[in-house]
Design a protein around this ligand. Structure first.
Ligand code: NAP
Length: 375
């Protein structure tokens, strides 16, 4: 019998500036035989994230992707074979599947990012979007930005996956929200679908001039996804006690050796402002808190999660470049394949997003606070 083959997109070179498909090579290898306690899963959906550009180039909050290995990527896969007692064919998992059709995993190995089961009654696409960029927006805006009703919140990359959710949460908190995005179509989406108060088309308008008109009293919270010169323009227009949420700096990812030097950071001193960076990994113990809230807002029609779904394994490298040309609107995903088996779910997973362990972590975190209030 012919062995089952696994197509993989291999990282073959590190990027110098712009990324393109030539940095990757298509390889086919036989799917390895399952060992004891191993699981074979088939990749269904892949997530595309600007941070993959960083993973390709350098060690950061996690090590860079080794050359000759499949490109690292988060995704949803379906278990198709299992020799592990806790994993059954048909179950869905959220995992760093990588750019490959099949992934062999050892659930018991001490991995930094172990597989998380996704219950069968949940929409895996929405779960994938909300659990990465949705949580980033949720905790970045609420924990770090701390917006108050009536304040002016400015979001860059506002029509993208993270920005679109951060901007809408600010609106739900009763803030005046302005989004910055590239092009009239994205700006129309921001005011009409996401229901923001105003949008700035940075590709066709002067950000500074528009901010002077829209924010005469300054910006209270800036949720920054872009960095560079755009951040500098905003620094000049901070309100007293402004908070800058340093979520990302996509304008700088393709020029790591010559990053833009900020000119106006003294404004933070004058305005008693703060600029606070964060990485979403630090909030994973509170994932269930964020997911429950985000999912409820989506169900209630208060929050729109736009999904930009590309199709086909062969289009994976080109899909990553969409993030850097601004081709995507909302969360960038790609469907690799349909689920080959009926989706299966066990009773325990139905309790709270299958992220039961995260939820328990959250409950544990709450306990000291309750004890504290009693003393
Ligand atoms: N701190 C964390 O833990 C964390 C987690 C997730 C994401 N992030 C960061 O959040 C940001 C958004 O990520 P995402 O996954 O939500 O991607 P995304 O916003 O859906 O896609 C990237 C968007 O960035 C904009 N862009 C690209 N190059 C640009 C440039 N040179 N100047 C201005 N805008 C540019 C494009 O929109 P336009 O068409 O509007 O230009 C593009 O659609 C990134 O900086 C990412 O690194 C941080």
């Amino acid at each position: 019998m012919q062995p089952r083959m696994n197509r993989q997109w291999i990282l073959r070179a590190r990027p110098a500036d712009r990324i393109d498909s030539s940095l990757f090579e298509l390889r086919e290898t036989p799917v390895p035989e399952l060992g004891d306690d191993q699981v074979l899963a088939q990749t269904l959906y892949l997530s595309f994230d600007p941070t993959q550009r960083i993973w390709m180039a350098m060690d950061s909050y996690i090590p860079k992707v080794p050359l000759g290995e499949p490109m690292r990527a988060g995704g949803i896969a379906q278990v198709i074979e299992s020799r592990h007692p806790k994993y059954r064919p048909g179950e869905l998992i959220s995992y760093l599947c990588g750019w490959q059709e099949y992934v062999l995993l050892d659930p018991d190995s001490p991995e930094r990012f172990p597989p998380v089961k996704v219950p069968g009654h949940l929409d895996p696409v929405l779960t994938l979007a909300l659990s990465l960029t949705g949580l980033t927006a949720y905790f970045g805006l609420l924990d770090i930005g701390k917006p108050k009703a009536g304040e002016t919140v400015l979001v860059s990359g506002a029509a993208g996956a993270t920005g679109s959710i951060a901007a809408q949460i600010a609106r739900l908190r009763g803030c005046r929200v302005i989004g910055i995005a590239g092009g009239p179509e994205k700006c129309a989406w921001l005011t009409e679908t996401a229901r923001l108060d105003a949008a700035i088309d940075y590709k066709n308008e002067s950000i500074g001039e528009r901010l002077d008109v829209l924010c005469p009293d300054g910006v209270d919270v800036y949720f920054d996804n872009v960095g560079g010169a755009m951040l500098d323009e905003v620094l000049l227009r901070l309100a007293l006690h402004a908070r800058i949420v340093l979520c990302g700096a996509i304008s700088q990812y393709e020029r790591p050796d010559a990053p833009y030097g900020l000119k106006h950071y003294l404004s933070l001193i004058i305005n008693r402002g703060t600029a606070h960076g964060f990485i979403i990994l630090d909030y994973f113990d509170r994932a269930a808190e964020g997911l429950l809230c985000l999912n409820r807002w989506v169900e209630q029609g208060k929050l729109v999660q736009e999904i930009d779904m590309q199709e086909g394994f062969e289009h994976i490298p080109a899909t990553l470049t969409r993030l850097f040309t601004g081709a995507n609107l909302g969360k960038q995903l790609l469907r690799v394949s349909e689920a080959p088996l009926p989706v299966r779910s066990s009773p325990i997973e139905r309790m709270g997003f299958g992220l039961l362990s995260a939820y328990m972590g959250w409950r544990k975190r709450q306990r000291p606070r309750r004890l504290h209030s009693r003393t």
